[in-house]
Design a protein around this ligand. Structure first.
Ligand code: TRP
Length: 335
């Protein structure tokens, strides 16, 4: 990444918990590559966040490498952006501690994701799950990111990061940039194919609800064929037609067609034709991602070179911020 002063800094992270869904792709990762020319982009595979819920160590290692290859396959170019694995860069844990001491118990208690996740895993309500948003604030603030692409489910955490940055700055003097959310221009929320009132999620019990970006073409097409639609048979975008509207929004993103032209294309045709067309379009759209992913996973040495360089570049930026934070809070210089 050429460090250009006039470009704004973007930071985003994704957890390495299995393959990405079509929702992760359309809502987040597909935008990452497109932002690389306009911004200084920093992207991280956040393995430290992943262990706030129980992980199988062997799988976590595998999923972390796969997630790294996947963001590249989706368009992140490690020559244009900084792309790294969170646990490789020690400054995240260091800044986490500093920021934890400027975060209130009360504000962490109000995080809805903590409440949801602790209800889901009542036998493992660990302190890391509770302080998760502090580590996320550290990720963002270490690079003085101006903008953070996040989905709606992360907005509360970003709000917390803003509050922590402001609180630190007013206690100790200006250091952190107060980050803003970045809402992509396109990239509607992708809903479950089996219950279009719910977000598409890998934790859905129904395997037909969720498309994975590495699903084989026949699997993708089969899942779309089984997608839940609405009672009439018109391909039309409308609030009271959540099933068809969800499919139309997916079709629109992968083909670039607008709703009016999609309605024209399927006028007088049934849902069957439409669902098949969506399945084929999604499968075709993801083919280059699948191919590139396979190529990268077969070249572990190259992957390693990319994430090693990424970590070095990330450390070079973030250690300056952490050194300043250490000075501001009153730690004695170590070197
Ligand atoms: N918490 C985010 C998620 O689960 C992932 C994440 C970690 C993140 N650190 C971040 C996203 C910093 C944006 C910026 O989706």
């Amino acid at each position: 990444m050429s460090e250009q002063e006039n470009k704004k800094v973007i930071f985003s992270g994704i957890q390495p918990t299995g393959t990405f869904t079509l929702g992760n792709y359309i809502g987040a990762v597909s935008h990452w590559g497109k932002l690389q020319d306009e911004y200084n982009c920093i992207y991280s595979i956040v393995d430290m966040h992943a262990i706030t819920v129980r992980q199988d160590p062997v799988k976590l290692r595998q999923h972390t490498l796969e997630a790294y290859a996947l963001i590249m396959a989706c368009g992140v170019d490690p020559k244009k952006s900084i792309a790294f694995i969170q646990s490789h860069v020690r400054t995240h844990a260091e800044l986490n501690w500093i920021l934890a001491c400027s975060t209130q118990f009360g504000e962490l208690s109000r995080m809805t994701q903590f409440k949801d996740k602790s209800a889901k895993h009542p036998d493992d309500v660990n302190a890391g799950l509770f302080t998760y948003p502090v580590l996320m604030a550290a990720d963002i603030l270490a690079y003085k990111a101006d903008l953070v692409p996040v989905g709606v489910d992360q907005k509360q955490h970003l709000e917390l990061a803003r509050n922590v940055a402001q609180r630190f700055n007013s206690k100790y003097g200006e250091l952190f940039t107060v980050p803003e959310p970045y809402i992509p221009k396109v990239g509607a929320k992708v809903m479950s194919l089996q219950d279009p009132e719910k977000k598409m999620s890998k934790s859905d019990e129904n395997p037909n609800a969720c498309i994975y970006i590495l699903d084989e073409p026949d699997v993708i097409i089969r899942k779309f064929k089984r997608a839940v639609t609405d009672s009439d048979s018109e391909v039309r975008y409308a609030e009271d037609k959540p099933g068809i509207s969800n499919l139309m929004s997916i079709y629109s993103v992968v083909t670039g067609k607008d709703y009016a032209s999609i309605e024209r294309e399927f006028e007088g045709k049934g849902y069957g034709d439409f669902k098949l067309a969506v399945g084929e379009a999604v499968s075709d759209h993801l083919k280059p991602v699948r191919d590139e992913f396979a190529r990268l996973m077969a070249d572990k040495a190259y992957l390693k070179e990319c994430y090693t360089n990424g970590a070095q570049a990330a450390l070079n930026i973030s250690r300056k911020t952490v050194a300043k934070a250490y000075r501001k809070v009153g730690f004695v210089d170590s070197m």
